[in-house]
Design a protein around this ligand. Structure first.
Ligand code: ZN
Length: 265
């Protein structure tokens, strides 16, 4: 077992903020982490994620087009390209990071975002893979989409969950998972901690979204997957349990959702 016994279900290990010391970071993580799922945000980063999964035993990949990157899609063949990445690589365990982002005005219009989300969810379903969902300031549309536009048994995690407790309850009814990261450790973020406290044990995952969203007490520094330690400590406090229990439960959950992961023990 790794030092922390935790799976970081959402990282961006291909980010250029790791370029100067990636080898050293990865060597440390190989010892610290049970596994890390690194996310694609467009074709290039999906390919980079796949390559990292091939290079490092503890790394798994998700491939997909992030809502902020959709303008880079040239034509409809992008779906076939993603499918090829999945079929060609055993360690692709999800379609992600995909979703809706209404925060940035320069993003593609809502209709385009919804179409790309639908196409990528359909691909995931056809390949029997879960989807990793980014929802920024699009809670209403996101909930309606997942309640009405996808097959009932499509598996999904809402990463870095930022919606209300009411919305979370609707998602739990459909057995969707929630990912909790650095933002759940911020003192002013009462809403997320309320959801974290109430989340059913079997639908709860840990993540960093590194290099972004560094947890307390290291807010402001570069984030990396080993910082899940502080997210798990905070979760144990909020949920009134132990670090060991949080680590064991979330690792089990990640293996159930991302069931293509082949981990020892
Ligand atoms: Zn992300």
């Amino acid at each position: 077992m790794s030092r922390l016994g935790i799976i970081d279900t959402h990282a961006h290990l291909d980010d250029n903020r790791f370029d100067s010391d990636r080898a050293a970071v990865m060597a440390r993580l190989a010892n610290d982490m049970e596994a890390v799922i690194t996310q694609g945000t467009n074709y290039e980063s999906s390919l980079a994620s796949v390559k990292m999964a091939e290079q490092y035993d503890f790394v798994y990949a998700a491939v997909g087009w992030h809502p902020e990157d959709l303008a880079g899609i040239k034509d409809e063949s992008y779906i076939a390209e993603l499918e090829k990445l999945v079929r060609g690589h055993e360690k692709v365990v999800a379609i992600g990071e995909i979703g809706l982002d209404y925060y940035w005005k320069e993003n593609e219009p809502k209709e385009v975002q919804l179409l790309r989300l639908k196409q990528q969810c359909d691909l995931a379903y056809s390949l029997d893979l879960p989807v990793v969902i980014h929802d920024r300031e699009a809670h209403g549309d996101c909930l309606a989409f997942f309640q009405n536009e996808v097959p009932k048994n499509l598996k999904a995690v809402f990463h870095c969950y930022s919606g209300s407790l009411e919305m979370a309850k609707e998602l739990w009814k459909c057995s969707y998972y929630l990912g909790f990261g650095g933002s759940s450790t911020y003192k002013n973020n009462k809403k997320v901690r309320e959801v974290l406290a109430a989340c059913p044990e079997e639908l709860f995952l840990l993540e960093t979204d590194c290099p972004y969203l560094t947890p307390e007490p290291y807010r402001g520094r570069r984030n990396d997957p080993s910082m899940t330690e502080f997210i798990a400590q905070n979760a144990a406090l909020v949920r009134g349990t132990t670090f060991a229990h949080i680590a064991e439960q979330t690792t089990k959950n990640a293996k159930v959702l991302f069931d293509k992961m082949k981990l020892n023990a």
